[in-house]
Design a protein around this ligand. Structure first.
Ligand code: ADP
Ligand code: MG
Length: 255
């Protein structure tokens, strides 16, 4: 009997990321008040919640851009290190895509994608370029390889940012409102790339206001409110059938 599968076909995948009672304050102000949930290998977890509820802070704690006050975060079974040097190594294995793409403006599209693998991972230029072109093809932008970022639309720039993150061969991808700064007609192309990544089995923790996307793509949805998890579970339970009045109120506001 294959013990890696349960009767319902759900894999007993290991936890990639665990939040265990994570607390964060800015001075007196509590921002995260004991957040606990986990993300398994190959899972897509969407974090939703009102503005100011602590979603960005939570993501920033994962790659050490922000220090938390109490609790634990485990990445691939080990507690996050505190030294900058060890954190830098962890960051190499976690891709992050922000609202604002922050591409290197003086480099070509392909240059942006090969920079990390060559400079940080020590890959040869030839192999980094070959793989960079594959990744650009995956996000539908192979033909733009020689362009500067400024000549691309917002949606195209965000797709380059995703290819750039993937070039580092991350074990986990974090997205913080990756489509919030885009014109509405460009949101779909970026969500399409994210959906494709999910279908390929990438482990993803996604902060988003796109409830339709969360319903279609997430394995689980976590609702954060005032630094606390007020609901979590399958999208149908959380986004369609929640009895929690605070969850319902939030969902009415984003609709
Ligand atoms: P979200 O991403 O859900 O909108 P954030 O994580 O950005 O929420 O912010 C959560 C809370 O923490 C907000 O009240 C915000 O004002 C506060 N906050 C965020 N960053 C800082 C900071 N550097 N210093 C002080 N307060 C901050
Ligand atoms: Mg935010």
């Amino acid at each position: 009997m294959d013990m890696s599968m349960l009767a319902n076909g759900e894999a007993l995948a290991p936890d990639i990321l665990v939040f265990d009672g994570v607390v964060k304050s800015y001075g007196e102000a509590p921002v995260l008040q004991g957040v606990s949930f986990s993300v398994k290998a190959g899972e897509v977890v969407c974090v939703v919640g009102p503005s100011g509820s602590g979603k960005s802070t939570l993501l920033r704690c994962v790659n050490g851009l922000e220090k938390f006050t109490a609790g634990r975060i485990l990445f691939e079974g080990a507690e996050l290190p505190t030294s900058e040097r060890s954190l830098a190594q962890i960051r190499q294995r976690i891709g992050m895509v922000f609202q604002h793409f922050e591409l290197f403006p003086h480099m070509t599209v392909l240059g942006n994608v090969v920079e990390g693998p060559v400079q940080v991972l020590g890959e040869s230029k030839a192999s980094a370029r070959a793989r960079g072109l594959e990744l650009l093809a995956k996000v539908g932008l192979e033909s733009k390889q020689h362009e500067r970022p400024a000549n691309l639309s917002g949606g195209q720039q965000q797709r380059v940012a995703i290819a750039r993150a993937l070039a580092m061969r991350p074990d986990l991808m974090l997205f913080d409102e990756a489509t919030s700064a885009l014109d509405p007609q460009m949101v779909g192309e970026v969500l399409g790339v994210m959906k494709q990544l999910a279908d390929d089995g990438m482990t993803m923790l996604i902060v988003t206001h796109e409830m339709g996307f969360a319903k279609r793509v997430a394995d689980r949805v976590v609702v954060l409110d005032q630094g606390q998890v007020i609901a979590s579970g399958p999208p149908s339970d959380v986004l369609e059938n929640s009895a929690n009045p605070r969850v319902r109120e939030f969902l009415q506001q984003v609709r």
